[in-house]
Ligand binder design. Structure first.
Ligand SMILES: *Cc1c(COP(=O)(O)O)cnc(C)c1O
Length: 399
C-alpha cells in the first residue's frame, strides 16, 4: 500500500501553493487564501473519483469511522457488527463512541461473511461494518441486501482499499457511507488523514458539522464565530497541507495501482508453482487495488512449513493469524476488557455492570481460513532480487 513511494513534484506544487498563502486552516481567512482551498478541492476530487456526491475529509481513518458512526446516530446501547480480521482501529472506533462491536466470521474473500451476519443480528444491531481488507472487496452487494432487509445501515471500512472497485463501482460507495485512511502506509497517503464518502446529503451535513465543533458552515455576515449549531461536535479537521498532499497523490493513484498490478501478476505467477497453493477469492480482478498478493495452503501445518522455508530464504510471508494487530484471538486487551477509564467503560456500565464479553473461540471459520493464509505486500518499486529469492525458495519447497 505504498503511496509513500511516489512523493514528488505533484505534492510539492500543491504544498507550495499553500505555503505561499500562509493559510493552513481549511475555513475562513477570506482574501489571504487567494482562492486556495486544498482540503475542499481534495474532497471534491475524491468524491468524483469514487462516484459519490459528497466527501468529508478528516484527520485519520479512525476519525472517519467515529465521525461516520456518530452521524449515523450510533452510540451507547447499540451493537455494530464487524469482522474478526481487521485492523484494531475498526472496533476501537465502535468502542470509543460507546457502542458494542460484535464480531462475525470472514469468508474466502477474507472479508465479512454474509452468511454469518444474520446469526449476529439482534434488535440492538444498528450498523454493519464490512472491511475491504488488503485492497479487495467483501461480498458487499449481498451485505447491502442484508442491511436493507433488516433496515440496518452499512458503513464500509475502505481504509485499505482506496482505488479498489467491484463491478465498476468504487468500494465504499455501496453502503450508506464509506471511510478511508490516508495514514503513512496506505495506498494514498497524506501522512495522517482520512475521508468519508456518501451520496446522502443529510448524512454528509451531519459529518461536516460534527467534525468541526458543530459549526453549521452557513454563509453569514457574522463570519465563522456567528455560525449556528444543531448539536455538539469535536475537532477532526484535516489541514490544508494534508489536502495538498492528497491532491498530488490522487493525480497519480491510477498509475500507482497499474504498477502494483504488474508487480502482483509477476509474483502471483511465481507463487502458483507452490504445490497445493490457491489464491484468495477476488470478486473482480479488474477492480483489485493490488496492494497484496494472498495465497493459501491446504492446511495450517502446510502453510507453516511453506513459510519456514520462505523465511529460511529471507523472504518470509505475512501470516495474519500470527499478527496481533489484525486478528481477533490476539486482541488480548479486547478479550480482557481493558479500558483506561476508572469504571471500565465501555466494557462495563458506569455502575460497574459488565456490558460485553468476548469468547476467544467465537470465530472458528476465521481461524480455519487465516491459519492457512500467507501474503506479501506489493510495492511500486520491487527488486528483481526479491522475486528471485522467492523463486529459489519455491524450488526448495517443491523438492
Ligand atoms: C489503517 C486502518 C484504519 C485506521 O486508519 P488510521 O488513519 O490509521 O487511523 C482503519 N481500518 C483499517 C482496516 C485500517 O487498515
Amino acid at each position: 500500500m505504498p503511496g509513500y513511494e511516489i512523493f514528488g513534484e505533484e505534492e510539492r506544487r500543491h504544498i507550495n501553493e499553500v505555503l505561499d498563502t500562509g493559510v493552513l486552516f481549511r475555513y475562513e481567512f477570506g482574501e489571504q487564501r487567494k482562492g486556495i482551498h486544498k482540503v475542499r478541492e481534495f474532497e471534491e476530487k475524491f468524491a468524483a473519483y469514487t462516484s459519490s456526491t459528497h466527501a468529508q475529509a478528516v484527520t485519520s481513518g479512525s476519525a472517519a469511522l467515529k465521525v461516520a458512526l456518530m452521524a449515523l446516530g450510533i452510540g451507547p446501547g447499540d451493537e455494530v457488527i464487524t469482522q474478526g480480521f481487521t485492523f484494531v482501529a475498526t472496533w476501537e472506533a465502535i468502542l470509543e463512541i460507546g457502542a458494542v462491536p460484535v464480531f462475525a466470521e470472514i469468508d474466502d474473500t477474507l472479508n465479512l461473511d454474509p452468511d454469518d451476519i444474520e446469526n449476529k443480528i439482534t434488535d440492538k444491531t444498528k450498523c454493519i461494518v464490512p472491511v475491504h481488507m488488503m485492497g479487495a472487496p467483501a461480498r458487499i452487494e449481498e451485505i447491502v441486501a442484508i442491511g436493507e432487509k433488516h433496515n440496518i445501515p452499512i458503513l464500509e471500512d475502505t481504509a485499505q482499499a482506496t482505488g479498489g472497485y467491484l463491478h465498476g463501482r468504487h468500494l465504499g460507495s455501496f453502503g450508506a457511507c464509506g471511510t478511508f485512511s490516508f495514514d503513512s502506509v496506505k495506498t494514498l497517503t497524506t501522512g495522517e488523514g482520512g475521508m468519508i464518502i456518501t451520496r446522502n446529503a443529510d448524512l454528509w451535513r451531519k459529518m461536516s458539522e460534527y467534525h468541526d465543533h458543530g459549526h453549521d458552515h452557513a454563509e453569514n455576515p457574522g463570519g465563522r464565530g456567528a455560525d449556528g449549531r444543531r448539536f455538539f461536535g469535536s475537532n477532526y479537521r484535516m489541514m490544508e497541507l494534508q489536502g495538498a498532499i492528497g491532491l498530488g497523490q490522487l493525480e497519480k493513484l491510477d498509475s500507482l495501482i497499474a504498477t502494483q498490478r504488474t508487480n502482483k501478476a509477476r509474483l502471483k505467477k511465481i507463487l502458483s508453482d507452490i504445490p497445493g497453493v490457491s489464491f484468495r477469492t477476488i470478486l473482480d480482478e479488474a477492480g483489485d487495488n493490488a496492494s497484496f498478493v494472498t495465497f493459501l495452503l491446504p492446511t495450517a501445518d502446510e502453510s507453516r512449513r511453506v513459510n519456514e522455508v520462505l523465511r529460511a530464504h529471507d523472504c518470509g510471508a505475512i501470516n495474519f493469524s500470527e499478527n496481533s494487530w489484525h486478528y481477533y484471538t490476539h486482541w488480548e486487551h479486547l478479550l480482557g476488557e481493558k479500558s483506561v477509564t476508572r469504571s471500565g467503560y465501555p466494557f462495563a456500565d458506569v455502575d460497574g455492570r459488565r456490558r460485553i464479553h468476548y469468547d476467544v473461540d467465537a470465530l472458528p471459520k476465521t481461524a480455519a481460513i487465516l491459519t492457512r493464509t500467507l501474503c506479501y505486500p506489493i510495492n511500486v518499486k520491487m527488486d528483481d532480487a526479491h522475486f528471485e529469492k522467492i523463486k529459489k525458495a519455491i524450488v526448495a519447497i517443491s523438492a
